[in-house]
Design a protein around this ligand. Sequence first.
Ligand code: SF4
Length: 218
Amino acid sequence: MLSKKKYLEALEIIEEMFPQAHGELNWETPFQLLIATILSAQATDKGVNKATPALFAAYPDAETMAEASVEDIEQKIRTIGLYKTKAKNILKTAQMLTTQFKDELPDLPKDKKVLQTLPGVGRKTANVVLAEAYGIPGLAVDTHVERVSKRLDVVPQKASVLEVEEKLMKLIPKEKWIQAHHHLIFFGRYHCTAKKPNCETCPVLEYCKFGKNYLKND
Ligand code: SF4
């Protein structure tokens, strides 16, 4: 397993590769970020960004979305995978925000556990929303973060998403969690890709057992 020291060195190199790394969902308010993040589960940010302008033009906030019909929401997000379930979830989320959490609006509840009571909101979504909208440190583990962590051998190959999150929180200083999450996502999305990682030109190859084996077997 890669040592903490070596992992942080590799992370610094990854940071230098993508200094501009940032969240790629488009949103203007914490509510819109929450909805866009729910929609992004098992979908690309690009695909979500294509659908949300019409959705947010019609329903810019929780109050207006709470009054929408599920059919109209479905229509507006039908290009996104799992749109029927997601339409139900975002409608219910908007309704819960306008009833149970109406005193907080237009802000969202800033507690991870409370956010996770909203339909369609898991740990990853709650982490993303709290970090992006309110700067509350968190390390959301998506498919890219999980893959890169396993390839760099900082967690066991069978580690769950929660175990990856807990390990990264131990390894990375808290003040770097939000940025590290973006750097790791960009690195996974644009360099250490799932199907064809760019090991040959990878600046962290010397830290990566997976990459060395990959090149040997290529
Ligand atoms: Fe990913 Fe390959 Fe780089 Fe390892 S060497 S981090 S597998 S691109």
